[in-house]
Design a protein around this ligand. Sequence first.
Ligand code: FDA
Length: 321
Amino acid sequence: MIILPLFDNFAGKQGQKKGDEMMRALLIELSRNKWIARRVTKNGWACRMARRFVAGETLEDAIGTARRLNSEGLAVSLDYLGEHAQGREAAHCAGLTYLRILERIANEGLDANISVKLTQLGLEVNDDLCEELITSLCVHLRDSSQIVRVDMEGSAYTQRTINVVKNVLQRMPSIGIVIQAYLYRSEHDIEELLKRGCRIRLCKGAYREKPNIAFPKKRDVDANFLKLMKTLLASGVYHGIATHDENMIEATKDFVETRGIKKDAFEFQMLYGIRGDIQKKLVHDGYRVRAYVPYGTEWFPYFMRRLAERPANLFFLLRNL
Ligand code: FDA
């Protein structure tokens, strides 16, 4: 196959870093292409590859996976895949699907919450519609210990996402947000959100951002992640530390041990299909771990972001072709 030597060249010792960066940028760019998405999601081998990261296409698939993970000691966050809903009807449909998921979680007694993207719930249509839909999900959880976790999308949506979450938080405590360590603004955002007692999931960030708003170098993102992790865990609010990076995980464990923070005062969070070995080990060692379990037919952008995080996944995929 002609394309492989080309990628191997990229991955050669000298140009590896640059090649990975270019590949990452390309994959994130392609993740937004609807034409490619339509073709790839109809392709049998691509569907099989995506199953590594996605529980399946139906709610039954997701519930079955959640049940299994719960039995292994992991809590779960279910994500009905989809972003950038076109119009009010699509946003309402996504809202109804999430209500059905919450009902199933309650009926089955699962240790699970939901993760939602605000552009799937109409953020691009109208902020009020989005707030109304997210509020209806939080109302459903009023008497439960679970929360609706609002994922963080690209920087074009950061401020609006924070605004919606702050507004809802004034009326409902059952909402949490995600903050990305790669953004310069995150330290300030965390400060503001903590004043309101908001539960935060800290992650590194999965989109492609310009160097004027985000740390371009991995070592700076990692350093900021550690700084923010410490602020969060010292706050006394229950947060999620979302990473598969063993250095970040070890540093978190060291920090809580030194500060005498209890293992049940926070949770580690990881993506379904990535570093299951670490997930099991942490559970075994008495830490709380939540697996993020996505399902649905709109898996293409999510799948591309997972490939972009680790271009070796793409080489593996192409080699298998
Ligand atoms: P890093 O990228 O440094 O990877 C550390 C190690 O983890 C790698 O060496 C590899 O072993 C493994 N790994 C990481 N990604 C992998 C992959 N795709 N395939 C195989 N192995 C991989 N982002 C965002 O912008 N908004 C959000 O709302 C969320 N939500 C979210 C929830 C949860 C529970 C998690 C764990 C992550 C997110 N993310 C996210 C994604 C996050 O921003 C980030 O892109 C990934 O977690 C990868 O970063 P790591 O912290 O794992 O470190």
